[in-house]
Structure formats: C-alpha cells, structure tokens
Design a protein around this ligand. Structure first.
Ligand SMILES: [Zn+2]
Length: 124
C-alpha cells in the first residue's frame, strides 16, 4: 500500500477513534449521573462501586473498538497494516474502507467465523 493510501486509512482510524472516545465518555458520564439527583450524600461506597461497574460495562463495547483502532494504528507503525494476519496477503482496500480495523482478509475472516461457529466439543 502506498503512503498516500496509508495516510488515508490513518485519518479514517483517527476519526473513528475520536468518535468512539466520545461515546465511551458519554456512556460513562450517563451511568455515573444515574445517582446524581440529591442521593449522593446517602449513597454508600457499595452503590458507588456498582455504578462504576455499570459505567465500565457500558463503555466496554466502545472500549473494544478503541482497542481495535489502537491495534490498527500500531500495525501501521510496524508497516504491516493492510496485510492479512492469517495468510499474509494484502487485504482488499474496499474491505479496509468499510472496516479500517480489519486484521484479516475476507477469506481468512470467513474461515475464522466458520471455526468459531463450530461446536468446540465434537459430538462423537
Ligand atoms: Zn488471509
């Protein structure tokens, strides 16, 4: 992939990173505000902990996305961005355009999902 295309995907990733970053903060702020209506002084530590846990799980899905984006940016620094982690072939740029964090090309992704879908304990 040439430097120009790489820069294009880097911008795409950084844009997504900013958006997801905001989502995480919004989710956490929303959860932390649940107990904000004058009950603060009667709230004991256990409820505060539960609230924090709630904020954490709400933010977790978004956090995973942020982690994926971080990983993609790291692969860019390592010069392996856009290369399938399964077979080493270049990932179709149309695929990267749709999913800039993709680590696998379509064939390897399909194979991974097929294996994941299989029963881990054979019936025979
Ligand atoms: Zn592959």
């Amino acid at each position: 992939m040439n430097a120009e295309r790489l820069e294009h995907f880097r911008k795409l990733l950084l844009k997504q990173l900013r958006e997801h970053d905001n989502n995480v903060r919004d989710d956490q702020a929303a959860a932390l505000n649940l107990y904000d209506d004058g009950v603060q002084d009667t709230v004991d530590q256990s409820i505060t902990d539960v609230t924090k846990e709630m904020a954490f799980s709400l933010g977790q899905r978004e956090s995973q996305l942020v982690a994926d984006i971080d990983q993609a940016l790291l692969r860019m620094d390592e010069g392996v961005y856009g290369t399938c982690a399964g077979c080493g072939h270049p990932i179709d740029e149309r695929r990267l355009e749709a999913v800039p964090t993709a680590r696998y090309d379509a064939a390897c992704q399909a194979e991974l999902e097929r294996r994941r879908g299989e029963n881990p304990t054979p019936s025979l």
